[in-house]
Design a protein around this ligand. Sequence first.
Ligand code: GAL
Length: 996
Amino acid sequence: MRSALLATLMVAAATPALAQTASPTENLAAPVKTFGRVSYDARSLMIDGKRQVIWSSEFHPFRLPSPDLWRDILQKMKASGFNTVAIYFDWGYHSPKQGVYDFTGIRDVERVLTMAKEEGLYVITRAGPYVNAELSRGGFPGWLVNQRGKARTDDPAYMAAADEWLTRIDAIIARHQINSGGSVILHQIENELALTTPAQRRYMDHLYAKARADGITVPIFHNDQGRNGDWVPESSTVAQVVKGPNDLYAFDGYPGGTCTVAGKPTRGSAAPDWGFYGPGGAKGGASASPDTPAFLAEFGGGWFDYWGSNGGYACNAIQRGKRFQRVFYGTNLANGIDIHSVYMGYGGTSWGWLPAPVVFTSYDYGSAISEGRGLRDKALEMKQLGGLIASVPDLAGMIAAAPATVSSANVQAYHNRSLETDARFLMVTHKPSNGATDDAFTITADLPDGRYTFPQAQPMRLTGFDAKWLVAGVTLLGQRLVYSTSELQATLPLAGSSLMLLYGRAGEPGETALRYASAPSVHILEGQATSRFDAARGDLILDYTHQGRTVVRIEGGGRPPLTLILADEAEAVRYWRQGPALVRGPALVRHAALTRGTLALTGDTSDQTPIEIWAPAGKASWNGKPLATSPTAIGSRTATLPGPAPITLPALTVWRTADGTPEADPRFDDSRWQVAAGAPYASITARPDGQPNLLADAYGFHDGDILYRGRFSGSPDAKQIALYYGAGGSGMLQVWVDGAFVGQHELPSGLPRPITTGLARFDLPAAAQAPGEHVVTVMLRNNGHNWDLDVDDFHKEARGLISASIEAPGGRSFAVPIAWKIQGRTGGEALADPARGPANSGGQYGERMGWHLPGFDDRRWATTTLPATSAKPGTSWYRTSFTLAVPKGQDATIAVAFGDTTTPRSVAKYRALLFVNGWNMGQFIAHIGPQRVFPIPEGILNHRGPNSIALAVTSDGAPGDALEAVKLVTLRNMRGGIPVSPVAAPTRPDQLIQEK
Ligand code: GAL
């Protein structure tokens, strides 16, 4: 039966899986370049001379404004199999004003670098000056938009500004390099500099020289926007590419399909061959830099989502989720891309005014670690993939081996080998890799231990969109793995013996061949497996089905004893390989360390959980408490861990409310506001002749809401007012004349590349035609500055009013001068609240008065309940306070949710700025969506004590456009976590630095 099936399979298609590349893209003769402890040749990076796959994912500390939790993310990344974290630094986050820089509190990036080292992660630093990253201005500081010189060029004023930042951030990074006792191994200059003129080359030369002058000693790279061959190192012998000063060439890519507008995943394209199995040629990306290792500085591990979408994050987490990771990251690794960073590992929150107009508050990204800090299924799959990389160092620096033959035309097997050990990596996937058929097949290959057609018993399977990362001919802990159709997740050395964890899809057959000098004895300790010894070759062949787990103990045969755990996928993801231990059971194992004969484990449980431990020590503790373990028959020890207690959240029943747009009143005192007229104009947006400069940035207001008050003389012809303005994606303005609400205008949403400027025209009330002075009030919501992706100074697009004209009937132009005054956030560039920083506050009246702060005394405000039954035009504030009592030793993510969370949009039209304990944790736009649930990190939220929420709700006042119900929800509740201190910041209005 078996041989009949095999015969059929063999006849089916004995085509070579992949044509071997005639010339590998690496230059195997390339010399080793050394930068202290870091070096590289064409094949891989080396640390202390040891080849290493750099398996990284991205984290933005500025998207998690609770520094203690940075460690939580880093531990989760490490536990998910990454050995490196890539970090962008946001210049604007640290600099509210030219010459002013802050690296304290939530901006203490030194801490994250220290933590990364402590958690055993290498770091790739990406310090800009430009980073993109869906940040307002792509990370440029607000004040830079007032600079006339073109950004990202060799303009002297721009470079001087950039140097201010670089001097400071480079000094911090320099201290944390691996060459100075830290763990930074690679450093990026610029990001996706797609314009490659001589001015850009001079700029790149400057950035490189600046980094070196500032003490950066590790290799420097740039991240090319796609595999274009832009800024390949000078040493490249390939013609027609753009060369740069950098040491390494790196690029990024986001292949694999997108979520549809309906929020559904689509089956994307096949995984591209972006390394040595791909097309070479002058513009062949990695191949254009044959002397340096292939390097993906960003590979899409999700995607960002935009105002008015249908909620793409859940979709993105699937689109670029489980299976995608195996197929796409596997194809990258198989292509020799040994420096590989997933963007994002943890997306986090674009809180306050961090987001660029292309995104809303949540930057969840569909990444492996969710915005609420939960491990998605895809993180558990990453743990398996990273586990293989950690277990088999031979994977670093492999080259293409002789093609393997696959017996099914639907399946291909990339076949690579180590030049050092001849170990093999077989990446098995469909052909093309986005195929989703169910196939049974065998692989024939010349392996280090001989020519094999395997599996020899039942054929292996590839079912649906999937890939298998197999190794063969590899020596691990004194054992020789000839081949296995199961994937290796972990190895563990134990006293005089060792352990291997292998897994496969539930119900699929698996076969593992191990080499021995003579027949060993095989004991099936758990589950079922058959074995036979092929004496001619010295192979012990084990056959089994991946179902639950099978445990096999092999002794004798000339090798130390070996325990094999053969698991199905659901079983295998429950194992964590940390320190000297392999641990099964908990939702997360953060750490394992042996101290004085006790294995100290830390981690999280989501329920009462059995724990099973393989470790050199007999004693163990869990989160500091001794564990009463009992030995098992298979050499492990077991115990039971408690789960978390449920969390009870208070209902937000009592609110206080006050009107927040007193500026609309003609009698409002604006004597201390700036006159908006003569400031220099640096915007790329053309301004009609004769108009004063009304742009908010020119007056130091770079983020958040802007208030304008204009005075004009009434006239019988004054029929309309036309306001041309810039406000970012889904930005808006509201207009009053003489205290009467005239209307509001919103920029359109629903586009991944939003429209960011618009023209609003309103009929003026009849009163404006009466003689005498009239006051027009404009509240403008600036939803961020554009990025500068295309090096066209797009970040300098106008924000605020561009022009304002009173018009006669029929839009006839009509010269009525308006004398304007402007007010944004208190102090403008001189922050009133430096602890929360430039992204936290805008110019709403309530923000200027400190109404968002927890200690504001609102006792004189009217009490009310939600949902609100009516709305007023303009901004109304709502405040409430509550106490949380999350049990000690529990880590939860609590969120604020608006209205009906089962739908992305409300019928009610309004928007709300959400302040939690004074922190601007985002913007909810009811009728645009899609985000309704706003996770608040602990540290911002006090999990054990009092809290306050303040909402600045902006409505057109139409019936029904009123604030819906607001409630607290628990997104995640675990026992475990790490200690989190509250983030220090002013709590009362009198603690703000007042305007001079
Ligand atoms: C990349 C860019 C990142 C980010 C990403 C999309 O091209 O380098 O900064 O914008 O796209 O999330």
